[in-house]
Design a protein around this ligand. Sequence first.
Ligand code: PMP
Length: 400
Amino acid sequence: LFSNISSDPPIEVFHLTELFNQDADPSKVNLGIGVYQDENGKTSTLPIIRSVEQQMANDLILTKNYLKATGLDIFCTAGLKLLLGEQSSAIKEKRACSIQSLSGTGALRIGLDFLYRNDYRIGYVSEPTWGNHQSILQTVGFEVRKYRYWNQEKLTLDIDGLINDLESAPEKSIIILHACSHNPTGCDPTHEQWMRISDTCKSRQLVPFFDIAYQGFSSGDLDMDAWSIRYFVHDAKHELFIAQSFAKNFSLYNERIGHLVGVFKSCDIVSKFRTQMTTIIRRNYSNPPVHGAYIVATILNNPILYEEWKTNVRAMYERIHSMRQLFYSKLKQLNISGTWEHIIQQTGMFAYTGLNSRQCQLLIQKHHVYIMSDGRINVCAITLNNVDELVEKFYDVITN
Ligand code: PMP
């Protein structure tokens, strides 16, 4: 029955990690996968998570009973506040609805499922973007189009290209936007540029769909990193969707914890939306797991734990930031023609180096440095111990 099935191509970032794991060279470095690493190259569980888990293990009230399809309420309300702010008018007016999801990927999927079943058919992604955006849109059934984002020559945001492409988008197109720490370019619009994007979405009747997987990693400040979303919701009064991941800022990668938020013009839409989401989730996985949701809710709802977690996020941000500065200063010392300024102008976990695919292949094959073929690197994989050797290897592939 199945002897003729075809194989799918490997997913680049996972394939890279497999090759890295198989490599016995002691100098190997994995600059590929977007996972936070400390100065020893470890992705540790945050101590605050461990202590909440210990408390959970002793809590006899916690059961293994099913959650509702839409998830744990104390998690959803806390997540919504983190995103839209304590004073959000959309929350007060009950126009915002939060649905627990299987991390950021799951939020995108169920949100796009909702839009497709309500007759939305065209989805726009930035060029370039995180590869899964296009794949999920296509799998749901959307026609995928791209808006210009990155100017490869100037190594900056192509804001005029972006606006032109949105201006020619058909009404009711879904526009996937990275709220902060754009993946892969690390290049985010300024506040003024966000305002232009917002105006264009409004005048063309486009539907913004924010993806926020790195809140806190762009500026070290959770509120600041949600600025674009809050502007669109409160100032420009858009109806929109948000897919939020807690994988990175809580280091809860394998707990698959995130949420989908819908913000609508009136509260009666929220109740209808919730019924549709219940149907969508019921048919996909029935209801979500509680573990990650309970951890996040416990931390966000307790002022002392919340402060501690904010300090953890700030520390992760600072490490990324300092490694970015260090990498830049070492590259600069090499006197290679061109500029490396873009590395320090970018924010978040990634740097978009500008290396071409041949140079990236060479880094992997000759130097045991695992890097995505578009030149994106995870800045956290740089450490005080490996930076000099890394930079020498970059020099070799650029100059040979
Ligand atoms: N969006 C972007 C832009 C991402 O980079 C990621 C993680 N790589 C995600 C969403 C989703 O991640 P997760 O499903 O692990 O939350």
